[in-house]
Design a protein around this ligand. Sequence first.
Ligand SMILES: [Fe+2]
Ligand SMILES: [Fe+2]
Length: 263
Amino acid sequence: MKGPTSVLAASMNGGQTVRVAAAGDLHVDEAGREAVATAIAAMDRDADLILLAGDLTTHGQPEQAAVLADACRDIATPIVAVLGNHDLHCGTDRELTEILRDAGIVVLDRDGSTATVGDACRVGVVGVKGFVGGFRHHTIPDFGEASLRGLYAETGAEVEALAAGLREIAACPLRIALLHYAPISDTLVGEPTEIWAFLGSERLAAPLLEHRPDLVLHGHAHAGRLQGSLQGVPVYNVSIPVMGQDYWLFELTAARSLSSTLH
Ligand SMILES: [Fe+2]
Ligand SMILES: [Fe+2]
């Protein structure tokens, strides 16, 4: 692991520098109790803000969420998370959210998609799970069976929540979008193209392009690629299997709205 290299320079430029530790697809269960506690403690040590990009649990069982909650309860660094599809598997997402919030984790979803961290909204985070839909002309249409159109509509609701959240944090010096599903296909490369439609939706990119946050994070695509770009907006797939390590550390500097990756 390399240490921060531009904190002093940013400070001399009058910029606000924030270190963000990010990870997705933790898939926590009882067997991983010690490992997740170690990883969260390391993030606490290294970062000013911890972001978790969904699939926090293996199957969405409340006792699995409790393992993550135990790891986070005494952590001083703010933790913001979204749920992933694995967290919804048992239909217990409300209970999961309660368990995580009781431990101090800010869980964002469609109904409450923004969090601000630091004085004067130093960092604004908008978080939505996102959903499926596809990319590059291979997309699920708003056509035909009600079930298929329902799926299209569900992605639409995620897109609208993302857009509304980005409008809410527009005045924050640093703005981050946190998702589980991918908004671009750059970060899916490595996954079979046949399943890209289940890994994300290009419809999620529209509000990101309009508002151009400083950093976009997602997970879900375990075999995808770490780094991508949405017409200059940095997008990272911070799925743990992709990173090959417990988290990625970003340094964001508000003065120039630049994001740089440390490791
Ligand atoms: Fe996952
Ligand atoms: Fe997932």
